[in-house]
Design a protein around this ligand. Sequence first.
Ligand code: IPE
Ligand code: IPE
Ligand code: MG
Length: 251
Amino acid sequence: MPEAEIQQTAPPAFDVPRHVAIIMDGNGRWAAARGLPRAEGHRRGVEALRRTIRAAGEIGIKIVTIFSFSAENWSRPASEIGELMGLLRRFVRNDLAELHKSNVRVRIIGERMGLDPDIGRLLIEAEELTKNNDGLILVVAFNYGARQEIVRAVQRVSEEIANGRMTAAGIDMDSITRFLDAPDIPDPDLIIRTSGEQRLSNFLLWQSAYSELVFVPTYWPDFDRATLESAIREYQQRERRFGGLVAQTGS
Ligand code: IPE
Ligand code: IPE
Ligand code: MG
């Protein structure tokens, strides 16, 4: 049926989420299912990331946040951590020029302290090179944990109070938001988690208060434009009420 075909392939016509955040999960299981080392799953995951960034731009999404390494991922074996750090280094070296050419602006959230100095430099280089781009914003959550981010914000608020620039009674939600890692980035409209797991794993806890959550069974290395579009279609079926009685637009 032609109608069904159009439904399958046409980009979403309306209410494209402005900000989509993705928990890229399932690389290890993708590899295990094929008798391959987990590292191969991570390598194929980088290819899925390239596809997804391209598709997001074409669909008209303005901001994509990706969970690439969590503060808790340090508990993995040293060999796997080494692979993941190596992949980040290669991603910045191989893909940064291309992202820059595509007018992508890269932002990084997460704790920088304690990272290998060369990784720290690469993250700064990615942000600096692309800071004047006005296309898709790619927010990379690296060494990121949401509770840690909130703790850092509370520390900053406490310093403001200690310095007499703020009072305890004056703290409101904006006071916290202001000290998060990317305060100018609007909250995600849609959070997608791949691999069938249905949890946030310490991702964007403050910012996800009213995000729509879509869980897809696909392992991350198999994620592509079609999976993204189908998650967006599910998002478009949701009625976002923000506590009120009628649906409101998210952005
Ligand atoms: C996601 O895939 C990548 C990272 C967390 C860095 P996993 O490595 O978590 O893969 P599974 O969940 O073990 O399959
Ligand atoms: C979340 O995936 C972190 C990233 C995708 C980077 P994990 O695989 O680390 O999460 P858990 O351990 O299953 O909750
Ligand atoms: Mg996982």
